[in-house]
Ligand binder design. Structure first.
Ligand code: FAD
Length: 698
């Protein structure tokens, strides 16, 4: 037997401890599952890579939804905020949203302590390099592959499970079987093999990460942190398609070098609404932000040096976020603008660093210095960290179900920036949903497949993928190295699977290749921004970093930040993330609100006869918008009918003779799970949806 090591098994393993990873890990552990959170740098748990803030338009609603679903983000920001503002106060309640500056250091420390002290949750500092699977007894669904046209994904690399070995692409035996694969374990860079029931990948900007500052570029996941290699090649071997995206961040400045007397102050609101429904008040020291503007001189320096930007010199192939452009992009694209607004935001109470929101750049450091010094108040400003861009691998998200489980590999879930999104809130929302579903899968796996290992089992020594002198993982692997890695992976797969299968058999279970069935948590588009986010990703895919806006939610009147508990607490209760008493308290609150609303509808100018003020105000909004909400409810009811109409995975669209050729092609490509999802595929005619509805009812 070759030297190899098995380590203790876990019900769920989460790869990455960023904003998605901690939500996934905490959810699974709180569901009672033995959970491992593997991360390259425990000191960077829930680190804010970019802006020191949580919330904002639509994003603030996501944070409250995370709280209602039993997640952690709202509680952490309530403990660490240093400024609060309710945005859009002068506009309707549907578009109002809470936003807070965070003490970045305290935020990460609070998250870390929560993770490290949660029962059932274990952390491990290591890098995951490989995912091990077995071929299951379930055929691969017809829509398993990316639905994006070939050649349209930035930096596209298609997994090719049909072929044996192609250039740089070695499909695993399980992927070539034509059956759905089932995850069985993970391999780490230091040679651990970890048997698991389910896995959540939350690798952020680290897979194949590369940093760019002017002419400088280097392997990096985030400045000062290593990139992660191996996992992208593993994903290709499993048959997945990946692409490259990019994002950027501004320079950080030492506060004492800024002349604040020349800057406009932006104070905090004095009334702070806690993000968490469990927090009755927030008592935190609140500090102001400031506003500064670029000018013609700033723009001239940027224009004169634009050829030195990696974006313009062609060094970066990944697509960046359109809605959050770098300062060089803004100057080049909006030539008519003579100034751009920049917010000067504190990074925390225990640091002097300030964040320049709106001044993201990957120009050389000397150019960043020069254009920054042209701004009033910044004449003598000193950078502590330069702005930079980072390019990374993502998994094209039409390869996922709305549960965030991959279609190719059962028990493998993806969440966060790996799915093509950008933003802490978007990542955390996905992490929580993926975590809940990975937990539900693991629970079903326990009863179907029995034990993974009764005892921690160690076999003679260590190395696996990193056999001494045999292999090293780095950014540009040769064909020979990739082939060698693929061969090692097959060996590890075989040995691990024989081991697990043996353990299960000896305990009387014969279901090693069966995929467990579970009732997943899927949030509807009318139930949460998180539902809109996930549905957009898995139905439409994304070719640029996806960020949430209110405009993406057609039912936004129902998605107010203050009603998140009404919409989502039931899911948290079902998964075991809220107790019966907590759930009943939410029900009781909305019964009270209904009572107030009835009173207000009879007598709109009634005085509060003694109800809790917050309840009274919330019910007043409900009463005011009742007509519009009812109208929307009717549309939602129609939508529900469509959402509940399932389309069999092998449905023969050719059997509907009058379906337009264009719609048929699109439907065959996407293979939507429900009529509702079919309705959202761009370019599908309404008349074709009606036809489909008639055929599905037959
Ligand atoms: C330079 C930069 C600029 C950004 N700008 C903005 C912005 O302006 N606005 C905005 O909203 N968002 C911005 N973001 C994005 C925001 O930081 C992310 O969307 C968010 O952090 C994603 O969360 P995540 O959990 O998916 O990943 P991350 O927070 O990136 O965490 C990923 C974690 O996974 C770990 N990891 C990765 N691979 C492995 C592996 N193989 N094994 C073990 N551990 C692994 C990493 O070490 C890391 O801890 C920016 C990010 C960067 C890097």
């Amino acid at each position: 037997m070759r030297n190899m090591a098995f380590y203790d098994y876990y019900d769920v393993a989460v790869v990455g401890a960023g904003h998605a990873g901690i939500e996934a890990g905490l959810a699974c552990a709180r569901m009672g599952l033995k959970t491992l959170l593997i991360t390259q740098t425990p000191d960077a748990i829930a680190r804010m890579s970019c802006n020191p803030s949580i919330g904002g338009i639509a994003k603030g609603n996501i944070v409250r939804e995370i709280d209602a679903l039993g997640g952690e983000m709202a509680k952490i920001i309530d403990k660490t905020m240093i400024q609060f503002r309710l945005l859009n106060k002068s506009r309707g309640p549907a578009v109002q949203a809470p936003r807070s500056q965070a003490d970045k250091i305290a935020y990460s420390q609070t998250a870390r302590l929560t993770v490290e002290t949660t029962p059932n949750l274990y952390t491990l500092m290591d890098t995951v390099v490989d995912i091990l699977t077995t071929a299951s007894s379930t055929p691969l669904p017809p829509n398993a592959d990316s639905q994006a046209e070939k050649g349209t994904i930035p930096g596209e690399r298609r997994g090719n499970a049909d072929s044996n070995i192609t250039e740089e692409n070695y499909a695993s035996q399980a992927a070539r079987s034509g059956m759905r694969q089932k995850v069985t374990g993970l391999v780490t860079e230091r040679g651990r093999i970890i048997p698991v029931r389910s896995v959540v990948l939350t690798t952020g900007t680290f897979l194949g990460g590369r940093i760019f500052i002017g002419e400088y570029d280097a392997p990096c996941g985030r400045v000062g942190e290593p990139a992660a290699y191996g996992l992208t090649a593993s994903l290709h071997r499993l048959g997945f398609t990946t692409g490259r995206l990019k994002t950027g961040t501004p320079p950080r400045i030492l506060k004492r070098t800024i002349d604040f007397s020349k800057l406009e102050e932006q104070p905090s609101d004095t009334e702070v609404i806690p993000f968490s429904f469990d927090d009755k008040e927030v008592n935190r020291p609140l500090v102001p932000c400031h506003v500064v503007y670029t000018n013609e001189e700033t723009h001239k320096i940027i224009r004169d040096n634009i050829g030195r930007s990696p974006l313009y010199s062609g060094k970066i192939s990944g697509i960046g976020p359109r809605y959050c452009p770098s300062i060089e992009d803004k100057v080049m694209r909006f030539k008519e603008r003579d100034r751009h607004q920049i917010f000067v935001e504190p990074e925390g109470l225990s640091t002097d660093e300030m964040y320049l929101n709106g001044l993201s750049s990957s120009l050389p450091e000397c150019v960043q210095d020069a254009f920054m010094h042209t701004m009033v108040g910044f004449e003598n400003a000193v950078q502590s960290r330069p702005g930079y861009a980072v390019e990374y691998d993502y998994v094209e998200p039409t390869q996922l179900y709305p549960t965030l489980e991959t279609k190719r590999v059962a028990g493998l879930f993806d969440a966060g920036q790996i799915n093509g999104t950008s933003g802490y809130e978007e990542a955390a929302g996905q992490g929580l949903v993926a975590g809940i579903n990975a937990g539900l899968y693991a629970r079903a796996h326990i009863s179907l497949c029995g034990p993974l290992s009764e005892l921690p089992h160690t076999m003679n020594g260590t190395p696996t993928s990193m056999e001494k002198g045999a292999f090293s993982l780095h950014d540009k692997m040769s064909r020979e190295e990739l082939q060698h890695f693929a061969e090692l992976s097959e060996r590890e797969t075989k040995e691990l699977n024989e081991f697990i299968c043996g353990v299960q058999k000896s305990a009387g279970y014969e279901a090693f290749e069966k995929i467990p069935e579970y009732e997943p948590v899927i949030i509807g588009r009318d139930e949460g921004y998180i539902g809109v986010l996930i549905d957009d990703l898995v139905t439409l895919g994304t070719k640029e970093p996806y960020r949430m806006f209110t405009a993406r939610a057609e039912y936004r009147l129902k998605l107010r930040h203050d009603t998140a508990d009404r919409r989502l607490a039931k899911y948290a209760y079902r998964a075991g993330l809220k107790t019966k008493a907590q759930y009943e308290a939410v029900e009781a609150k909305y019964a009270r609100l209904a009572e107030i609303e009835a009173l207000l509808l009879k007598k709109p100018d009634a005085e509060n006869p003694g109800y809790d003020d917050a309840d009274w105000e919330e019910a007043k909004i409900d009463a005011k918008y009742k007509y519009y909400i009812e109208k929307q409810d009717k549309r939602v009811a129609k939508l529900h009918k469509m959402e509940n109409t399932h389309i069999p995975p092998d449905f023969d669209y050719g059997s509907i003779p009058s379906l337009s050729a264009e719609s048929r092609m699109k439907l065959e490509k996407v293979r939507p799970v429900t009529l509702g999802q079919a309705n959202r595929i761009s370019g599908i005619r309404n008349s074709d949806i009606m036809l489909l509805m008639v055929y599905l009812k037959r």
